[in-house]
Design a protein around this ligand. Structure first.
Ligand SMILES: Nc1ncnc2c1ncn2[C@@H]1O[C@H](COP(=O)(O)OP(=O)(O)OP(=O)(O)O)[C@@H](O)[C@H]1O
Length: 243
């Protein structure tokens, strides 16, 4: 297996003294290149924390985090920020777009920060917005877009620097069914294109598009199952999804 993202004995504790919480508790994980992994579990079990650790947004209390053969938890702040910018794409439940920038400018931003020319960044942004079905919305501000459209801009932004790893934290948590299905179609396209994805979700429809599902409880993995990897697979059938 070609492992892209990995954790070894990963521990993260938040807070101090009596309020100290072990959010991630001795987790071992190997995410294969090209794999779409869904992470599910009850609120507070440590899913977001795990995602942040894998993407270098937070540092672990103990253990190791690896990305593409490089240990990342020991990098200095500057190297870690650079790695996040270039190699990881984040998608959040609340979109986190820059409200004063157009859709295209939001998508251009990571490429500009990574040192690409304005022209190259613009070209890539247009391509990505087209890919997520928003070719006609490049000049719109986030406030002029629906929730589903905003999330599609955020996905395009996450892809701006051709990241090795895309991490999505409840990407459909704020979306209605139609918008959720739009986002799922994009994830399925990405998966088909070989993009490595880790998606934290409470939504079985999202999990059903993955090819692997881990369940967390109290900071630990309690289940790790392979899926057929499509909404037409067994889990899709189980929850009544078609195509
Ligand atoms: N910055 C923080 N400071 C203190 N405690 C934190 C912090 N972040 C998370 N926690 C605690 O760590 C535990 C795991 O939180 P986390 O957000 O990772 O869970 P989650 O499974 O993603 O939850 P949800 O599904 O509600 O988003 C929780 O008990 C939470 O209260």
């Amino acid at each position: 297996m070609n492992v892209l993202s990995a954790a070894r004995g990963l521990v993260k504790e938040h807070g101090q003294g009596h309020s100290r919480v072990r959010a991630v508790d001795a987790v071992d994980l190997d995410v294969a290149a090209g794999q779409m992994l869904a992470v599910m579990g009850p609120s507070g079990c440590g899913k977001s924390t795990l995602l942040h650790l894998l993407g270098g947004l937070e540092r672990p209390t103990g253990g190791e985090v690896w990305l593409a053969g490089q240990r990342i938890d020991t990098l200095n702040e500057r190297a870690l920020a650079r790695l996040r910018r270039r190699s990881v794409g984040f998608v959040f439940q609340a979109f986190h777009l820059m409200e004063e920038l157009s859709a295209a400018e939001n998508v251009e931003l990571p490429a500009l920060l990574a040192g690409r020319s304005r022209r190259a960044a613009r070209r890539r942004a247009c391509l990505l917005l087209d890919r997520v079905g928003l070719a006609g919305r490049t000049r719109h501000l986030p406030s002029e877009l629906s929730g589903g459209q905003r999330q599609r801009v955020a996905i395009a932004r996450a892809l701006a620097n051709e990241p090795l790893l895309v991490l999505a934290d409840e990407p459909t948590g704020n979306l209605d069914t139609a918008a959720t299905l739009d986002v799922l179609r994009i994830f399925e396209d990405l998966r088909a294109a070989g993009q490595t994805l880790v998606i934290v979700t409470h939504d079985e429809r999202v999990a059903a598009t993955a090819d692997r599902l881990v369940s967390m409880r109290d900071g630990m993995f309690v289940d790790d199952i392979r899926l057929a990897g499509s909404t037409t697979g067994w889990l899709g059938g189980l929850i009544g999804l078609k195509g």
